[in-house]
Design a protein around this ligand. Structure first.
Ligand SMILES: Cc1cc2nc3c(=O)[nH]c(=O)nc-3n(C[C@H](O)[C@H](O)[C@H](O)COP(=O)(O)O)c2cc1C
Length: 320
């Protein structure tokens, strides 16, 4: 009889009490969730993407609902790394779970400077790099669509910190495995798959785009099958752990990602519908393991059966 299954997982040297993490941009800076539950119950918290200096983001409207999905063009509005460290981190430090900062820059130097600054802050456990943002030096093309540039960003962050570096990939490429392998070679300790898919929506009455930015990033249930497919592909092509996300709404969705080989999962848009989703997934995964007599969540990871064989080819097996 399994009464308290072990849900802990390890991501590039970072020990998590369970595999459930909140996705950047959907959980604010952590404090917003306090009225709903104790965030210490989560595997980790990833905060809103931070830049060197505060950013106002795009003009409104910057969020539009679509069938089964959410289109956003927030434009990475944030308070900047210094204000985050001064004003938000003292509160976050009271939460008993790893805090991961998600960072982005407009130049490779921006990323390097951010990594250096974060290195001096003990309470930050790891860095997730968002490489889906426009690279001003290369004419606005996202860092994450070119393997050489994605590797250069990763390399510069890795050189400036001893903390685990997680690279969050964009799905808006022809072959995501090329980018995944490039950032792995450059020293990434883990990969998050996936950021939002490019999309748009039009108001036929006004004949105008529904987003002021014209285009945005699609998230939520609409992207889950595509995100799952990308996780499946990346897992088979890298040795470092993969964190799966995209449309996870409940523990069954989370299990699908774990089965295709994700070592942990992130909950994004679901937080905006029900702020307790991540905590409910932790509880439901526990109940599932008890029901299925699974003593350790790692027994599920990569357990997808394809022709009778387990699916996972890659993955840092020694961490299991
Ligand atoms: C409102 C909103 C803001 C977001 N902000 C960020 C961000 O600052 N940095 C980032 O890397 N991803 C950001 N994302 C992307 C999410 O973290 C996640 O990768 C994506 O939404 C897919 O997961 P989901 O379908 O569970 O939401 C944002 C998503 C939404 C909906």
């Amino acid at each position: 009889m399994v009464s308290s299954p072990n849900l802990s997982v390890e991501i590039g040297g970072l020990k998590l009490k369970n595999p459930v993490i909140t996705a950047s941009g959907t959980f604010g800076y952590g404090n917003e969730l306090i009225p709903f539950y104790d965030p210490s119950l989560l595997g980790a918290i990833i905060v809103k993407g931070l830049s060197l200096r505060p950013m106002p983001g795009n003009p409104p409207p910057r969020i539009v609902e679509t069938p089964c999905g959410l289109l956003n063009a927030i434009g990475l509005a944030n308070i900047g790394i210094e204000t985050f460290i001064e004003e938000k981190l003292p509160f976050l430090s009271k939460i008993n779970t790893p805090i991961i900062t998600n960072i982005y820059g407009h130049t490779i130097k921006d990323y390097a400077k951010m990594a250096k600054r974060i290195e001096s802050v003990d309470r930050i456990a790891a860095i997730e790099i968002n490489i889906s943002c426009p690279n001003v030096e290369e004419g606005g093309m996202a860092f994450g669509t070119d393997p050489d540039i994605a590797a250069m960003v990763t390399d510069q962050v890795v050189k400036n910190t001893t903390k685990p570096v997680i690279v969050k990939l964009t799905p808006n490429v022809t072959d995501i495995t090329i980018i995944a392998k490039a950032v792995e070679s450059a020293g990434a300790k883990a990969i998050s798959v996936t950021n939002t898919f490019l999309g748009m929506a039009v108001d036929v009455a006004t004949r105008r785009p529904k987003l002021a930015n014209i285009t945005g990033g699609l998230s939520g249930p609409a992207i889950k099958p595509m995100a799952l497919y990308l996780v499946h592909k990346v897992v088979a092509n890298v040795k470092i752990p993969v964190i799966g996300l995209g449309g996870i709404m409940d523990y069954r969705d989370a299990l699908e990602f774990l089965l295709v080989g994700a070592r942990a999962i992130q909950v994004g848009t679901a937080n905006l519908i029900n702020p307790k989703t991540a905590m409910e997934i932790v509880n439901s995964l526990t109940d599932f393991c008890v029901r299925e007599k699974i003593s350790n969540i790692n027994q599920i990871i990569g357990g997808l059966k394809v022709n009778g064989e387990n699916h996972e080819k890659g993955g840092d097996k020694k961490n299991k």
